[in-house]
Design a protein around this ligand. Sequence first.
Ligand SMILES: [Zn+2]
Length: 53
Amino acid sequence: MRSKILRCTACSRYTLKDICSICGGHTTITKPARFSPDDPYGKYRRVLGQEAK
Ligand SMILES: [Zn+2]
């Protein structure tokens, strides 16, 4: 069972709730590391980053 870590978009604090308990702002699911080998989209981001230049 995985626990989802959420991050407040308003105050950038980490929380497990959909609404920040500190400021009441909205929270979003944290993204995995950008170039993690476990990230199936990592290679696509890298290709897109090179083509963007
Ligand atoms: Zn907050």
